[in-house]
Design a protein. Structure first.
Length: 232
């Protein structure tokens, strides 16, 4: 079924500055006369249309935005690089670029050729001051987020460095405890001064305890480790 709302009769893929300005002013019914009397000029002369002062004012706003690189522009609808010279009669702006510029700089303006009915209703209650306040709040939140991310990355890097250092270089206290445990375990396994080695897990743990060392291993776990070592 044909959907008449799928397109906008006022909308074009791109516009000359004057075509955009006259649509912005709601002068589409006078488009042919306006374009014929301006002969390719992007801005009408002061005396051309005294009954529509906003026509020249809005055309000047669009041209100013183009000259200051606020709106990307093109030649006959094809975008060009910023700063490239374009004959004023062939200068154009794309629909999407013009809409984005107007939403940012003139949020209280919602001409029908750029915004649909829902967008016009939504934006109708937003003043320039409210829009600027929202932008300032967004920028402040963005700055806080970036600062928090930088702080997080810094903390994470330090934690990673500390973890690597601890994994590679145990403290002197831990290293000495490991050495004492290894020495006592070796002494228990070879029998110490008795010449009789301990092979039973309980006996080994008892021998270690007698030397003041209390391993965290249970006898069952130690017995399993001893068996695995014997099978190697």
């Amino acid at each position: 079924m044909y959907n008449p709302k799928s397109c906008n009769a006022l909308e074009k893929p791109f516009y000359t500055p004057l075509e955009a300005a006259l649509r912005w002013c709601g002068l589409i019914v006078h488009e042919a006369d306006i374009l014929a009397r301006t002969v390719g000029e992007p801005i009408p002369s002061v005396s051309a249309f005294p009954q529509w002062p906003c026509l020249r004012a809005n055309a000047e706003k669009i041209m100013d935005a183009i000259l200051n690189n606020e709106i990307p522009y093109g030649r006959d609808g094809k975008s060009v690089c910023p700063g490239e010279q374009v004959n004023k009669a062939r200068l154009t702006v794309r629909h999407t670029d013009l809409k984005a510029w107007m939403a940012k700089h003139y949020p209280d303006q919602t001409p029908a050729f750029l915004f649909d009915e829902i967008e016009r209703t939504t934006h109708a209650k937003i003043t320039v001051e409210a829009w600027q306040a929202l932008q300032a709040e967004r920028d402040a939140l963005k700055a806080r987020l970036e600062k928090a991310e930088a702080l997080y990355r810094d903390k994470w890097s330090k934690l990673e460095a500390e973890a690597k250092q601890q994994a590679v270089e145990p403290s002197s206290k831990s290293r000495n405890a490991y050495l004492r445990t290894i020495a006592a375990l070796g002494d228990a396994l070879i029998g110490g001064g008795t010449g009789q080695p301990h092979t039973d897990a309980d006996a080994i743990l008892a021998a270690l305890a007698a030397k003041g060392i209390a391993p965290t291993l249970e006898s069952g776990t130690l017995a399993r480790y001893l068996k695995q070592a014997k099978d190697i």
